[in-house]
Ligand binder design. Structure first.
Ligand code: PDD
Length: 286
């Protein structure tokens, strides 16, 4: 069945939503995006995603004057029109149609291209990977140095995921200067002696909305957290590991570069944090 999608102020059947071949998103990868998870027809972490979207736009001097309330209305309308129970809403804003290809930004007043659509998934709470745990391989982090901005320039992330797949593994961790930066589409953590360790925020990683909320929930429960970089060798000797993202919540990791962690099964800390996160995020969903 055809979805209804949003394009520049209009709700259209997906076949009718067309974007120019001159669009900066298409030609230059000049676009930012967000993915908001939907559970039971409700939006998770909506405020966080909208705050990060505004930050991405600002960092790239991109303009889009849609307000927070309008964004909410568009998200809710798409969820309703498509009868979405579980899955997510993808939002993308590009710098628009600049006419001829030109490295310089288009002149002021060129409207951005705004696209939103829903993606239906099986209930993400029951993802079988949460039971078995994820296997990861490391790849060098060859991305640009503004990973804090959520741009659509995801080629290296795609290559990393393909590298993992070709090795029969689930996902990839990026490594730079000997330390893990983040996962191909998630933030990562190790657990040692009950202490959770994760890389601090900087331009080296995306400031995950799930990460921010999870750290707050951990602080409220006086759970031990250290923000510092860690190496692959340290991860391989950890008791547990996990990653976080909007579409996976808290996902246990059981193997890093062929070495099984702890018991080789999802650990108790990751399991508990997954439960806490899902419960709290759903309670706050709108
Ligand atoms: N990815 N790091 C990277 C590189 C990411 O692409 C993502 C999200 C995260 C986690 O951020 P958050 O908790 O806000 O989802 C970290 C999304 C889900 C994606 O590209 O589909």
């Amino acid at each position: 069945m055809s979805r209804t999608v949003y394009l520049n102020g209009q709700y259209l059947p997906e076949e009718e939503a067309k974007v120019s071949i001159f669009d900066r998103g298409f030609v230059m990868g000049d676009a930012v995006y967000e993915v908001t998870c939907v559970l039971e027809g409700k939006l998770l972490e909506f405020e966080g995603h909208m705050a990060r979207l505004q930050r991405s736009l600002k960092e790239l001097q991109m303009h889009c004057d849609i307000s927070r309330d309008e964004w909410l209305e568009i998200h809710r309308k798409l969820v309703e029109l498509n009868g979405l129970e579980n899955g997510g809403v993808y939002l993308q804003i590009s710098r628009g149609n600049a006419g001829d290809r030109d490295f310089h930004f288009p002149k002021a007043g060129t409207p951005p291209t705004v696209v939103l659509y829903t993606q239906s998934k099986a209930d993400l709470r029951n993802d079988p990977h949460a039971e078995t745990g994820i296997t990861v391989v490391s790849v060098p982090d060859l991305r640009w140095h503004r990973r804090d901005i959520k741009t659509v320039q995801l080629l290296w992330a795609s290559i990393a995921k393909m590298t993992a797949e070709q090795q029969g593994k689930d996902d990839a961790w990026f490594v730079e200067d000997g330390f893990v930066t983040e996962g191909s589409s998630n933030n990562c953590y190790i657990v040692k002696n009950g202490e959770v360790i994760t890389r601090p925020l900087s331009n080296d990683i995306l400031h995950g909305i799930t990460r921010g909320s999870l750290l707050k929930m951990m602080a409220e429960r006086q759970l031990k957290l250290v923000e510092r970089p860690f190496t692959i060798a340290e991860a391989q000797q950890a008791d547990e590991a996990f990653y976080t993202s909007a579409s996976s919540f808290v996902m246990p990791i059981v193997e890093v570069d062929g070495v099984k962690l702890g018991s080789g099964k999802p650990g108790p800390v990751a399991k508990r944090l997954r439960e806490i996160y899902i419960e709290e995020a759903l309670k706050a969903a709108i």
